[in-house]
Design a protein around this ligand. Structure first.
Ligand code: NOJ
Length: 530
């Protein structure tokens, strides 16, 4: 990673959920050697960085977001030698590696917590939050009280997430020293960046009832990531954000993070996590435009994304994942990934993965959706509860990657994968996609190749052509030399006129006419303007 933030515009990040990417040792779980074997595939998409969801030692109660040793690899995924090989092989191919930094909580199996819970006098006791009785009525994100009783000390500890994920007490300077050393351990190995899990949670204010964005947040972030030797390390924070907090965290003079995810457009089309609500792509567009303008005005990096391991597929909720799956998936990619910012592609998105439908609870693993099920069992009819889980479970996007159409989809040689394949994996898999005339992954390759060739699509300015309001998204990216027009028609066919004409660069519909004229549902086209 180079010094200036501006170089980050050259990144195209591919997010890997290691359990579900590629299994190399026939145990049904994806692993590091599996990833090594697919680096050429990732490169072929035009990605030049990988964000690896946690691969550290963990009891896996939240699939690795419960870390019991920050300096070791979980045997499920391989060994440290495998990691070193992955890092070297990726670097050789020009691919950077971004690690997941999970610092709001550890696993309850982490040595710190095992020590901490043993007695009040233990030196590690102050690494966590303890109270004689629950300090408040906070609920865990995964259901139930956020306070859990610990017999040995007769106290309660805080866990914002699962019982097995106690929150770490960042007010303790020793804790901050530990995390600095952990960051340095991985930086010394040669990793290129960190994605920081629920980072806004590391500062709390019990008196004010604040679970996140507490008074010391910026000070802590600066203490860890503002150190000079990390200047070239890319960082992206996970935090619920307002424009003010993004400015405060990512301003070029802040010495905190290079970027922060912004998720508000991903809340469109659902109330809470499990209930769909009517929506239009126009709502997403409005939010994207607002953030494009804001980040552009303040010279901040913006993350371009629609999917990750914490959400059901955007395509299934927002567009047509049946008859118009190709058109929808490619349209969404053009609308989002040609904006100004850093594209984050989540594994499977590039083949148009869609939500699954299962009618038994045994086909789910996500601790969050299982917690939701438990909390609502008996209150909501079972069939409806299952529908909700099918709609909102994080498992939708966590099912093993289908590389081909065979029984085990080229994912594993084991009889069963760790989580059942997506229910449409016979239809939606890489090899079928690549054979199809309407190939989503081919479109992705073309899109990122274009982005790579055209400076204007990376560093150029963004300008929405506002008069095209009706369910389509029309914008221009430009610099002194290039001017590129992106036209994305949403949902229904319509005629678009009044556009400047130019040379066609990319289309998801073999467009014959120029920029003006009829656009089919979810048709998109990109033009070079004079
Ligand atoms: C956000 C992660 O992305 C999610 O998968 C995890 O469950 C929580 N943080 C807790 O670490």
């Amino acid at each position: 990673m180079k010094k200036s933030f501006s170089d980050c515009y050259d990144l195209v990040v591919y997010q890997i959920y290691p359990r579900s990417f590629k299994d190399s040792n026939a145990d049904g779980v994806g692993d590091l050697c599996g990833i090594i074997s697919k680096l050429d595939y990732i490169k072929s998409l035009g990605a030049n960085a990988i964000w690896l969801c946690p691969i550290f030692k963990s009891p896996q109660c939240d699939n690795g977001y419960d870390i019991s040793d920050y300096r070791d690899i979980d045997p499920l995924y391989g060994t440290m030698d495998d990691f070193d090989r992955l890092l070297a092989a990726a670097h050789e191919k020009g691919i950077k590696i971004i690690m997941d930094f999970v610092a709001n909580h550890t696993s309850s199996e982490h040595e710190w917590f095992r020590e901490a819970r043993s007695s009040k006098e233990n030196p590690y006791h102050g690494y966590y939050y303890w109270a004689d009785r629950p300090l408040n009525d906070w609920r865990s994100e995964f259901g139930g009280s956020a306070w859990e009783y610990n017999e040995a000390t007769g106290e309660y500890y805080l866990h914002s997430f699962a019982v097995g994920q106690p929150d770490v007490n960042w007010t303790n300077p020793k804790v901050r020293e530990e995390y600095k050393a952990i960051v340095d351990f991985w930086v010394n190995k040669g990793v290129d960046g960190f994605r920081c899990d629920v980072l806004d949670h590391i500062s709390k204010d019990f008196k004010k009832g604040l679970r996140r964005n507490g008074p010391h947040l910026h000070e802590y972030i600066r203490e860890v990531f503002g150190r000079d030797h990390l200047e070239n390390i890319y960082t992206v924070g996970e935090a619920e954000t307002t424009t003010e907090s993004i400015l405060a965290t990512c301003g070029q003079d802040r010495k905190e993070l290079k970027s922060v995810f912004q998720f508000s457009h991903l809340a469109v089309g659902r109330r809470g996590k499990y209930t769909p609500v009517p929506h239009r792509m126009d709502e997403v567009k409005k939010i994207l435009v607002r953030w494009q303008r804001f980040t552009q005005k303040h010279d901040l990096l913006y993350i371009l994304l629609t999917d990750n391991h914490d959400r059901p597929w955007f395509l299934s909720r927002m567009a047509n994942d049946r008859e118009l799956r190709y058109e929808s998936a490619t349209n969404i990619a053009a609308a989002v990934f040609l904006l100004k910012g850093i594209p984050f592609v989540y594994e499977g998105q590039e083949i148009g993965c869609a939500n699954s439908h299962y009618s038994d609870l045994a086909s789910f693993n996500d601790v969050e959706c299982l917690g939701y099920y438990k909390e609502n069992e008996g209150k909501i009819p079972e069939s409806e509860l299952l529908e909700r889980i099918n709609f909102g479970s994080r498992d939708n996007s966590r099912r093993p990657f289908a590389w081909d159409e065979t029984e085990s989809h080229g994912f594993t040689e084991a009889k069963e994968p760790w989580l059942p394949y997506a229910t449409r994996s016979k239809e939606i898999n890489l090899s079928s996609d690549e054979k199809s005339e309407k190939s989503i992954s081919r479109f992705y390759r073309a899109l990122f190749a274009l982005r790579g060739e055209r400076e204007a699509l990376r560093r150029g300015s963004f300008r929405q052509l506002k008069r095209f309001k009706r369910n389509c998204f029309v914008y221009v990216r430009e610099n002194e030399k290039e001017k590129i027009l992106v036209v994305c028609n949403f949902e229904k066919a319509q005629k678009i006129s009044g556009l400047p004409e130019g040379k066609l660069l990319l289309s998801n519909a073999r467009r014959q006419s120029g920029a003006n004229g009829e656009y089919a549902a979810f048709e998109c086209a990109v033009y070079e303007l004079e």
